[in-house]
Ligand binder design. Structure first.
Ligand code: GRF
Length: 207
């Protein structure tokens, strides 16, 4: 599928933003034909906001304390995304669970990256969970977002072997390297119209 304009993406991020940076780098090096129009954060001190500005994207902080309910906050985020005519939302270290209202507003248009091989170890501290469980292989997953926590249809995954001397930090660092490859790749497949979802399965059309 050829588009007349690059896909307009918005990223939601709460902290460091290294996955956001990987997306920015892919765009700036011409590997990803997308327009990062806006980055929204629920934390004023998110490094992600600085990364967005440096790229020339709009950086918006919305303070959850200013909204009475999760739905009201999510409506505000949706408003910002609509103002920027966002076609795909990428969660990248966004520390809030989206309300059903949010998810239903953008069906099939929200992705997330998770530092484990889902459905293993959803939720917080996935790398710590993997070490504690004693798995020999963990990894990273990019998936579409549904109303559950890390439960949506899986787009792509990368495996990372667990070493005997791994700590949460060393395992996280090796998984993160894979995340930085995986997320831009998943976004590119989406932008090229090559993903289709049938039930829980995501099919990738050969390029
Ligand atoms: C990543 O490990 C991502 O998988 C998880 O949160 C972390 C965010 O890191 N959802 P960063 O902010 O992108 O550096």
């Amino acid at each position: 599928m050829t588009r007349s304009e690059p896909l307009r993406i918005g990223v939601l991020a709460s902290r460091r933003g290294s996955n956001l940076q990987a997306i920015i780098d892919a765009i700036e090096s011409g590997k990803l034909d997308c327009r990062l129009a806006v980055v929204v954060s629920d934390r004023a001190d998110a490094q992600a906001l600085e990364r967005a500005k440096k790229h020339g994207a709009e950086a918006v902080f919305l303070d959850p304390k200013g909204y009475g309910t999760r739905e009201a906050f999510d409506q505000a985020v949706l408003g910002v995304l609509a103002d920027h005519r966002i076609e795909l939302v990428c969660l990248a270290g966004y520390m809030r669970v989206l309300s059903p209202t949010f998810v239903r507003a953008l069906p099939g248009q929200i992705m997330n990256i998770h530092p484990a091989l889902l459905p293993a170890f959803p939720g917080l501290h996935a790398q710590r969970q993997a070490l504690k469980h004693g798995v020999k292989i963990s990894g990273a997953t990019v998936h579409f977002v549904d109303e559950g926590v890390d439960t949506g249809p899986i787009i792509c995954q990368a495996a990372v072997p667990v070493r005997e001397d791994d700590t949460e930090e060393t395992l996280s660092a090796r998984i993160l390297e894979q995340e930085h490859q995986l997320y831009p790749r998943a976004i590119r497949l989406y932008a090229e119209g090559r993903l289709s979802v049938v039930g829980r399965r995501v099919f990738v059309e050969e390029g």
